[in-house]
Design a protein around this ligand. Structure first.
Ligand code: MSP
Length: 644
């Protein structure tokens, strides 16, 4: 997003309706909502789009298994998403459903344009399909010869007539786009992955299916009624069909003349950063300005899945800990693009520490000081006289903050914003307003209180997009309202707060002592069980090195009375004293032949008693029908040398 641009288009992926909303959906949507709110606050004409992805085999099967029609089932789940976003106060401007008639018309139009251009042709598809990911794979891409490399579920063989999109034609154009547009895919690391993928060569893409029905039909002009569109083609188009593509194009200006920020998870980056721009190239439309791929959330270190029963329900978390606290946590906890772990402990720490101690407590301190020194009245008249340095420092921080938000580095944005809170809290310690009051320097004490109030005002405006209600409460306490106008006054023009009487508010972030939600017991998924099976009997290198094998020099060897098998050995393994080892090798070695030779000894075995004699290790040997051989170094080694 560029600050000079006036039109901003922010999108989330459209969510499949085979499942109810979870933390992953909430995360993407909250990032998008934050950007949209910020964009509006700074005066951009903003359009924020979200919605649901309702076609395809996965949805058809999910509906069938519940004895529902796909439409009725989609209506229900799509409704759940919409309700949740409304409960979460998500400020979307449009909620699109791929079953909307308007959407279908626009997708058909797009298909027609690409077909007429010669980018679509009919052929036979043969390959593997993962219904869960709605993705085609070739044999070599499969995991374990039959499973989806992304989700691990078994794929099915598909052999059917299909229309193809000539994706390979756009390889060079895509590579040029990545290299000419530094921030077209964020973060950088993810962009490099995309570039490497494209450089390996792109296969043309099957974009229609004939083996099921639940999808958008091809345009009538093509007259091939047994085909429905591949769900990803249908779904990706939503970003322009929502703006009226091919119909009433009034809102297409958001796409054509605006800055677009498309948010999504890393798992669907390939669709967005390769297929989608290629479709747009074919349609001769501008490409997105930024495609931002975030990482995945795990729970207490484990991948979330329905079968494990450990999926984080965002509504439950928001109800238990506060919606805005949850928003803050999601954005602050992990760098954009990296995976993050959800745990109640981490959330509680953020609430108690960042929000309670740093932010909430600052407001309490201002209320306390102003109440004690000046009847709750705060005036910025002496602010610059005593605190120009601190005000300048805060303004400098704010100048760099905007770059972070535009680069989707929301965690850096929050981290740096918190530096202003640190500055405010430190200023109280440094200037000791209570001492100033004792010394009769009330002006100085109140200038400090004004400094802290002004710093908090700046923070509340900059934090507004993340915590809309909480920051408005803070602003009201400080005698103003957060609007585009106050943003311009206080942030852009760096104006100080007008004189005001602070309003007392109850603590904003009461301390949380214990986890509020019950944590699920983790159970392994099918894929993990399969992995476990595959790795049964396999050890890691670290596990191997738990066994300490050493070169042992045999000093003495004696027969053990009454035993046909055992010899009693004295071996040197480089320790203070030789060890005694009882070895079952009598049938194969005469005692005398062993003395002075070396063998490998497992040196960290728990000592054992064999026929009443202590044995402090085990010699390694290989035995087959020809006999037994001790495992020895090829040439003599110092006693005690580690083997491994
Ligand atoms: N319908 C497609 C998107 C089509 S967009 C043209 C889809 N839907 S989805 O419902 O499966 O996923 C939507 C988003 O949720 C993706 O961005 C995905 O990355 C995100 N998440 C799903 N699980 C997640 C986590 N555990 N953590 C973070 N986000 C994850 O894909």
């Amino acid at each position: 997003m560029s600050q000079s641009c006036k039109k901003a288009y922010i999108t989330t992926p459209i969510y499949y309706v085979n499942d109810v909303p979870h933390i992953g959906h909430a995360y993407t949507t909250i990032i998008a909502d934050t950007l949209a709110r910020y964009s509006r606050l700074i005066g951009h004409e903003t359009m924020f789009l979200t919605g649901t992805d309702e076609h395809g085999q996965k949805i058809e099967e999910a509906a069938k298994s519940r004895g529902r029609t796909p439409q009725a089932y989609s209506d229900e789940i799509s409704g759940k998403f919409k309700t949740l976003w409304d409960e979460f106060d998500i400020s979307y401007d449009k909620f699109i459903r791929t079953t909307d008639e308007d959407h279908k018309l626009s997708v058909q139009k797009a298909f027609e344009v690409m077909y007429e251009k010669g980018d679509i042709y009919k052929d036979q598809y043969e390959g593997f399909y993962c219904v869960s990911c709605e993705t085609f794979f070739t044999k070599i891409q499969l995991y374990d010869d039959e499973c989806c490399p992304d989700c691990g579920k078994p794929t099915s063989i598909v052999k059917e007539e299909s229309y193809f999109f000539n994706l390979s034609k756009y390889e060079d154009q895509l590579l040029a786009w990545y290299s000419d547009n530094e921030k077209c895919v964020l973060p950088k690391g993810k962009k490099n992955e995309v570039i490497n993928f494209v450089k390996q060569g792109l296969n043309n893409l099957s974009i229609t299916r004939t083996s099921f029905d639940w999808g958008v039909k091809l345009p009538e002009s093509i007259n091939d009624p047994k085909h429905v569109m591949y769900v990803w083609l249908d779904a990706l188009m939503n970003y322009i069909t929502a703006l009226g593509y091919g119909r009433d194009e009034e809102h297409m200006a958001y796409w054509k003349d605006g800055t677009s920020v498309q948010l999504l998870g890393k798992d669907i980056l390939r669709f967005h950063a390769i297929y989608w721009p290629a479709f747009l190239m074919s349609l001769e439309l501008p490409l997105p300005t930024h495609i931002g791929a975030h990482g995945w959330w795990t729970r207490n270190g484990e991948k979330m899945s329905k079968s494990k029963g450990n999926v984080v329900n965002p509504k439950e978390v928001a109800d238990a800990y506060g919606l805005e606290n949850f928003r803050y946590f999601l954005l602050r906890e992990v760098p954009f693009g990296q995976d993050g772990d959800f745990s109640q402990k981490a959330l509680i720490d953020r609430i108690n520490s960042d929000l309670g101690n740093d932010l909430g407590n600052l407001l309490n301190r201002i209320i306390g000081m102003s109440g004690k020194y000046n009847d709750l009245h705060i005036d910025s008249k002496d602010l610059l006289k005593y605190h120009q340095k601190e005000v300048d420092a805060a303004n400098t921080i704010i100048e760099t903050l905007e770059t972070y938000i535009f680069d989707l580095q929301l965690n850096r944005f929050l981290e740096d914003l918190w530096k202003i809170l640190t500055l405010a809290n430190q200023s109280i310690t440094t200037y000791e307003p209570w001492t100033k009051m004792k010394e009769g320097k009330k002006d100085e004490a109140m200038a400090l209180v004004a400094l802290v109030a002004n710093l908090l005002a700046k923070v509340s405006i900059m934090l507004h997009a993340v915590m809309p209600k909480t920051t408005q409460t803070i602003a009201h306490a400080l005698g103003f309202e957060i609007t585009q106008t106050t943003y311009i006054d206080i942030i852009t023009n760096k104006e100080a707060l007008k004189p005001f009487t602070i309003t007392k508010v109850p603590p904003l972030f009461p301390r949380i002592e214990d986890e509020i939600l019950k944590s699920p017991e983790p159970t392994p998924t099918q894929k993990e069980k399969k992995e476990e099976k595959k790795t049964e009997g396999i050890i890691t290198i670290d596990q191997f090195f738990e066994t300490k094998i050493k070169i042992a020099t045999i000093l003495e060897a004696q027969e053990v009375p009454k035993s046909d098998r055992l010899l009693k050995l004295k071996v040197d393994v480089g320790e203070e004293e030789p060890r005694q080892v009882i070895a079952g090798i009598k049938e194969f070695y005469a005692p005398g032949s062993l003395v002075g030779t070396q063998a490998c000894l497992v040196a960290n075995l728990k000592p054992a008693k064999i026929m009443g004699m202590l044995s402090q290790g085990m010699l390694l040997a290989a035995k087959d029908k020809e006999g037994l051989s001790l495992i020895r170094p090829e040439s003599p080694k110092r006693s005690g040398t580690a083997v491994g």
